[in-house]
Design a protein around this ligand. Structure first.
Ligand SMILES: [Zn+2]
Length: 163
């Protein structure tokens, strides 16, 4: 397409020279007509320049869209490997499906961030016992005694902080 545009611009440019030559020996009426034709050719050349700029714009937008689509496709295939896990305390996290260990032993990903197409692994909140927090959106997830028992059982230890 850009090549076609270049040829078009070149052909307009090549037409202007001969028309100017004709103008030299033309009678006054013909000169006016030829001058008008040359003007129109200049206008056409400018418009083609605008179209070229718009095409360059579209092409860069297209590249960005391709990237976004590729990222989305990647996310959709990643997303399929996760499932929600709900604690007794009520909070829900995302865990990897093919990890066959207890959900209490798997990595926990923030559901809120996951819904916004981002993976963010929850971390223990150093200020609150049995609370985890998303480093991205700061959503806290608390574990109640039943979760704590299940956690300890799954990890075969007494406490995530001291164990
Ligand atoms: Zn989050």
């Amino acid at each position: 397409m850009n090549h076609t545009m270049q040829k078009l611009l070149a052909s307009i440019r090549d037409s202007i020279g001969p028309l100017r030559e004709l103008q030299k020996n033309a009678d006054p009426d013909e000169k006016l007509i030829l001058a008008d034709v040359v003007d129109r050719l200049f206008t056409a050349r400018e418009l083609l320049g605008d179209i070229q700029a718009q095409m360059a714009d579209l092409s860069s937008q297209n590249e960005k869209l391709k990237q976004t689509t590729a990222q989305r496709d990647q996310w959709i295939s990643q997303k399929a490997n996760f499932e929600p896990f709900r604690f007794f305390a009520g909070g829900t996290v995302m865990v990897e499906k093919d990890d066959r260990r207890s959900p209490y032993c798997r990595d926990w990903y923030c559901k809120h961030c996951f819904d916004n197409e981002r993976r963010s692994q929850l971390q223990p909140d150093p200020r609150r016992h049995w609370e985890f927090v998303c480093p991205s959106c700061k959503t806290p997830i608390a574990l109640y005694p039943r979760d704590q028992e299940a956690y300890n059982e799954a990890h075969n230890q007494r406490d995530p902080a001291t164990g």
